[in-house]
Design a protein around this ligand. Structure first.
Ligand code: ADP
Ligand code: MG
Ligand code: MG
Length: 193
């Protein structure tokens, strides 16, 4: 059972983290993509903050839906529709369950339905899969988050813009996995669990 107030805190912290680390995310994306991941998400975070702050939510579903729709409409690139799908999928799931592991698993499912990436393709999915597994076992730690992130380094990208580099994508952390790591670090910091 999760409370909307703690989830609001989660999303607020996430927005702060991507904004503070905008240049780092852009740098990671410059290495294997087009250098805009931090800028994309910072724009999204500002739009989400504005949207959420002007609304009162009576249920989780409406909260997640507003976040998802805002991300889809305000964030360009691959990541906007992917994060947007995650939250829209969580909004649907929130009508059935308020268990965080179940909700985030639905979010992962939304990302995979949209982007078709499987484990090991060097995308945000490689951060989400181990985190969802850990949550199900009631065992999410910063170590799980950080280890999954580091593992993207040795992967070869086969989805998204980084896949254009082929083998040259190896040796770099995936920017979307980094931003997802911020999302889950924020979850721990917000005390949602
Ligand atoms: P763009 O590549 O369009 O500039 P961003 O830079 O905002 O978009 O986002 C890039 C990130 O999106 C990648 O680092 C990766 O994690 C994620 N990504 C790209 N394609 C996919 C996909 N098909 N499935 C899951 N994640 C993906
Ligand atoms: Mg990019
Ligand atoms: Mg782009």
């Amino acid at each position: 059972m999760v409370e909307i107030e703690s989830l609001k805190k989660w999303i607020e912290l996430y927005g702060e983290k991507v904004t503070e680390n905008k240049e780092h995310l852009n740098q990671l994306d410059s290495d294997i993509g087009d250098g805009d991941h931090g800028s994309n998400l910072t724009r999204g975070a500002a739009a989400v903050k504005e949207k959420v702050s002007e609304s009162e939510y009576e249920n989780l579903s409406d909260f997640f839906k507003d976040i998802g729709m805002t991300l889809v409409s305000k964030v360009g690139g691959a990541s906007g529709p992917l994060y947007g799908s995650a939250f829209i999928s969580m909004a649907k799931q929130a009508k059935e369950s308020d268990d965080l592991a179940v909700l985030l698993e639905a979010g992962l499912d939304g990302i995979q339905k949209r982007g078709k990436a499987e484990a090991g393709e060097k995308t945000m999915v490689d951060e989400w899969i181990p985190v969802v597994e850990a949550l199900k076992e009631n065992n999410l730690t910063n170590k799980v988050i950080e280890d999954s992130l580091q593992k993207t380094k040795d992967m070869k990208a086969t989805k998204g813009r980084a896949s254009y580099l082929g083998d040259r994508s190896i040796g770099h952390i995936d920017p979307g996995a980094q931003s997802s790591a911020y999302l889950f670090e924020s979850l721990l910091e917000a005390g949602v669990l």
